[in-house]
Design a protein around this ligand. Structure first.
Ligand code: FMN
Length: 371
């Protein structure tokens, strides 16, 4: 908890590893936004960058299909776009065919990205069926061919994001790491769950630590980080070079600012109610720069509202009203009503909830990955 021992957190932060290099480029701070399809688009990433004064370490695109890139599908190609404030910037691509992945990677380089990342973690059946995403965890020969092909096609550093294995009884992180390192990738991002887990249960950080202890290239650990304390704890206990924050950034988009402040020796601040309101106003401005379909703008505001507002005390009724809003104006009316009805909040800690749902089905995409 931030307020419990803020000073000791500052001291602990001084002792952890706080930066690392990817392909000869320094990345600081060593906390970055994990790619989330349907979430981490240019507006969301710019929001995160603005909230932290550009101190986000590394921003990554949503995963982009090389099928769409190689067909020059305009909607898919647009997903590679990023703003100068987002640098250093990674575009993540997925696919199961080495040739198309190489072609896609060269388009990423042409688009000006600093790094290209290969997705070996997506659990979605339709992607796995075509050999991409976490399907590559079961086909190391193809993974090898894909990394080699991508490496050959581009000069920018290539990173790889993986899960620890396909299922509990086939964890093969160290073997995957060997392939990734053997083919000359510049960094390995590890989401500490199996494909079978989807987003359920907790990430296995012991496995991430094991890979870090065995490997030669930087290891970025990923899974279940919500608060700055979690960042410090993961860096202290598991010795990784950096961490990636996914769903936690939807609940707490201020986390990058908090960690950067901490690294600068300041006690990280809890967002006030006014800052909650300002968050949505800024997000609206950034969304409107990209979108003129009002329904989509409203959808995105609600997507963020569903997570961020959950962290406010006694917000359930008000949150439901906000999420039922029919227009952007109504959204803001309901938001201000909700925020105005919370007494004595400022200075209090955010009330974080579990990232995961209670049942076996993926809480976000509604898919059960057990079979
Ligand atoms: C809605 C959603 C979309 C995601 N999309 C991607 C993606 O495009 N590429 C990827 O590598 N991982 C994707 N992930 C996985 C996250 O990057 C991350 O590995 C995972 O959520 C675990 O981190 P967390 O516990 O901090 O959320 C996605 C996760 C979520 C929840």
């Amino acid at each position: 908890m931030i307020a419990a021992s803020p000073q000791s957190l500052v001291e602990r932060a001084k002792r952890v590893n706080r930066g690392y290099g990817v392909g000869g480029r320094d990345i600081f701070p060593n906390v970055y936004l994990a790619p989330m399809s349907g979430v981490t688009d240019i507006s969301f990433r710019r929001l995160i960058s603005r909230l932290s004064g550009g101190r986000t370490g590394l921003l990554v695109s949503e995963f982009i299909t090389v099928e769409g890139l190689t067909k020059l599908n305009p909607r898919i190609c647009r997903q590679m776009a990023f703003a100068p404030e987002e640098r250093p910037f990674t575009v993540q691509i997925y696919g199961g065919e080495a040739e198309k992945m190489a072609w896609g990677a060269s388009m990423v380089e042409e688009a000006g990205a600093d790094f290209v990342e290969i997705n070996c973690g997506c659990p979605a059946p339709k992607i796995v069926r075509r050999g991409g995403g976490s399907g590559l965890l079961r086909d190391h020969e193809n993974l090898k061919a894909i990394i080699a092909g991508v490496k050959k096609a581009v000069k920018i550093p290539v990173t790889v994001k993986v899960r620890v294995g396909w299922a509990e009884d086939s964890i093969n992180l160290l073997e995957t790491q060997k392939v990734v390192e053997g083919e000359g990738a510049a960094a390995l991002v590890i989401h500490g769950r199996t494909r079978q887990q989807g987003y359920k249960g907790l990430a296995n950080w012991d496995l991430i630590a094991l890979a870090k202890s065995r490997g030669a290239i930087p290891v970025i650990g990923n899974g279940d980080i919500l608060k700055v304390e979690d960042v410090i704890e993961k860096l202290e206990r598991y010795g990784v070079d950096g961490v990636a924050v996914g769903r936690g950034a939807m609940h707490n988009p201020w986390i990058f600012n908090q960690i950067a402040d901490l690294y600068e020796g300041k006690v990280p601040k809890e967002p006030t109610l006014e800052e909650h309101a300002a968050l949505f106003t800024l997000y609206l401005d950034l969304l409107r720069e990209e979108q003129d379909v009002e329904g989509r703008v409203l959808g995105k505001l609600k997507q963020m509202g569903a997570r961020v507002l959950k962290c406010l005390p006694n917000s359930k009724g008000g949150r439901t009203e906000v999420l039922r809003s029919g227009t952007v104006a109504e959204f803001f009316d309901n938001l201000h009503k909700l925020l105005g009805g919370i007494p004595d909040y400022n200075g209090r800690e955010m009330d974080f909830r579990e990232l995961n749902g209670k049942d076996a089905v993926d809480p976000i995409q509604g898919v059960d990955y057990r079979n």
